[in-house]
Design a protein around this ligand. Sequence first.
Ligand code: PLP
Length: 360
Amino acid sequence: MLPWMTENFGNPSALYEEGRTARDAVETAREKIAHLLHAKAKEIYFTSGGTEADNWALQMAAAAGARIGKKHIIVSAIEHHAVLNPAKSLERQGFRVTYLPVTSEGLVLPEALEAAICPDTALVSVMYANNEVGTIQPVEELAAICRMHGVWFHTDAVQAAGHVEIDLTKLQADFLSVSAHKFHGPKGCGFLYVKNGFRPRVCWRAARRKKASAPEPKNVPGIVGMAAALEESLINRDKKDTFVLELRRQVAERLLSIEGSPFKRLWGSWRAMKVQQRAPTLRYDTCRYCRLPVPTGCAATNISFNGIEAEALLLYLDMKGISVSAGAACSAGALEPSHVLTAMGISPELAKRHDPHQPG
Ligand code: PLP
């Protein structure tokens, strides 16, 4: 990334030499990304991250659906807000939205999806991997069902890309969203895969609309860094997975060793854990299905403590230098840390220091 931040400041849309060189770097990155996902370079559209890619996919597919009289959309109930919020916005615009429930392990059942599809369904959006419990969905099967019914399929692969093998020749998705900062790439960069053949007119119109706010891809260092990070993340996947899985095992073991934790007896039993009510107790959600061994972004290990609010615990842990999320980082604005700390009897000065809404 460094040459694009320190030496070549050329505009990739420009015709002069620095611009052409920058454009070449963007196109090389596009080809590398496409190659890693077994896609075509022209199917990769750069965005500012996962949120933009998700919003764009839903809006583009909804607009295309409405044009042919299809105004029904299905999203899973556990989608990230980058999908849920545009779905709600489409609902306000007159679309019918089905929020597909999941099993207690966070899985979307293919038969439930098939039953929810109607003749006017335009789009199904089911995330590849969940950002809170790390459950990996049977996306290939879900995409195949959509294809069979002539319904577009979008998957938010923000938590999966770089951590699992994504082969777009097997996964029949029409749209797929990715964000670079989930695989140690630069923040503020991502892309949307749009399957070649998706009514290009609609696609181009959306791209042009996007062009009005963000013309050609300009984030040269971000795009170059994203391609390199994706490649590195996939090359080192086995080594990284072994390491992270071992870390996860150690965390779980140490939590289990907490004195008096009745949780020990419940280890491995999902149902028993669900009914566990004794306080103070700890519940470690051992989902039997695939989970992501992801070192960044994804809370692949989902832990509950009874008898304390997540936010209060989160801030205590933060003071100990341990970074924990109590849900998607984007919904953390709902949290009022200074209020929580004040309620915990912590001085207003310290509370102020921990309040992200305070300047500085
Ligand atoms: N989708 C999922 C599943 C996520 O976990 C996130 C962010 O955590 C997003 C979308 C939004 O991505 P970005 O932060 O790049 O906008």
